[in-house]
Design a binder for this molecule. Structure first.
Ligand SMILES: Cc1cc2nc3c(=O)[nH]c(=O)nc-3n(C[C@H](O)[C@H](O)[C@H](O)COP(=O)(O)O)c2cc1C
Length: 236
């Protein structure tokens, strides 16, 4: 049975990011995977890399040893056949929770040697979902596309092949009338939430299912482990 780890790096469990990663998890489950879900902000004591360098010393090379709430997530990813990770866009970047996971996930694999660059010999596919106020079309002009591309390249180098999914123009709050926010059109946000977001849930579901199918079929996972071209990075 394939094991898939789902990590919601939004503090809000039932909102946009949490919903989409869970849908992807349901897709994985429908293909027979065992799915484990972590809501990062519900874990105790999550820290980024503590710079102890224990992961560069025997017998722990390639393995973060710091014991906090994230240790269980890192251990689960280590055993998993795939990971579904979602984060909201915070100030043009991923959330601080995601950054903590990312620092620990990547840095443990980095050898600081010329060759090999990574301790990680077991590559697993990653579905990386970002949700944001900005629409997907705005990712290029706002520089978000580069930011996502940088995460993608590093995850690809140290963890495995990555598929990016963006859900933009999200419904940020259920009741906009409580706030004096002049930037948004609440009716348009609500309409998008009712018409487009359900389609995005379906897309997340099918990407989760695809991850497991391709794992099972022994295919290269999300495109043979090759770096996807830019066209594939956004949207597809
Ligand atoms: C601290 C904070 C910073 C944010 N910064 C941005 C931003 O720079 N660009 C953007 O498009 N959306 C930004 N947003 C909006 C969220 O990315 C968006 O509402 C997201 O879908 C929230 O995910 P959630 O519903 O899973 O919590 C920000 C929200 C918060 C709370």
């Amino acid at each position: 049975m394939k094991r898939i780890v789902v990590v919601n790096c939004s503090p809000r469990v039932g909102m946009n990011t949490g919903t989409l990663v869970r849908e992807a998890g349901k897709g994985a489950e429908a293909e027979g995977a065992e799915v484990r879900i972590f809501d990062l902000y519900r874990l105790d004591n999550v820290h980024g890399c503590m710079s102890c360098f224990a992961c560069k010393l025997a017998p722990n090379e390639g393995k973060c040893v710091y014991k906090d709430g994230l240790a269980e997530v890192l251990a689960a990813i280590r055993e998993a056949d795939g990971a579904i990770i979602g984060t909201p866009n915070y100030l043009g970047d991923a959330s601080a929770g995601f950054r903590a996971l990312y620092e620990r996930l990547i840095f443990q694999s980095l050898t600081y040697k010329n060759e090999p660059r990574s301790y990680n010999e077991r590559r697993i596919p990653i579905l990386f979902i970002m949700t944001s106020n900005a629409s997907e079309a705005a990712y290029l002009p706002l520089g978000y596309r580069k930011m996502l591309g940088d995460y993608e390249k590093t995850l690809e180098a140290f963890v495995g092949p990555v598929k990016v999914m963006i859900s933009g123009d999200t419904l940020q709050v259920k009741d906009y009338s409580r706030f004096d926010w002049t930037m948004f059109d609440p009716a348009a946000k609500q309409k998008r939430h009712e018409t487009v977001f359900p389609e995005e849930k379906k897309r997340a579901y099918s990407l989760g299912a695809r991850m497991v199918r391709e794992c099972r079929q022994g295919q290269g996972l999300f495109g043979n482990g090759q770096r996807p071209n830019d066209g594939e990075l956004i949207g597809e």
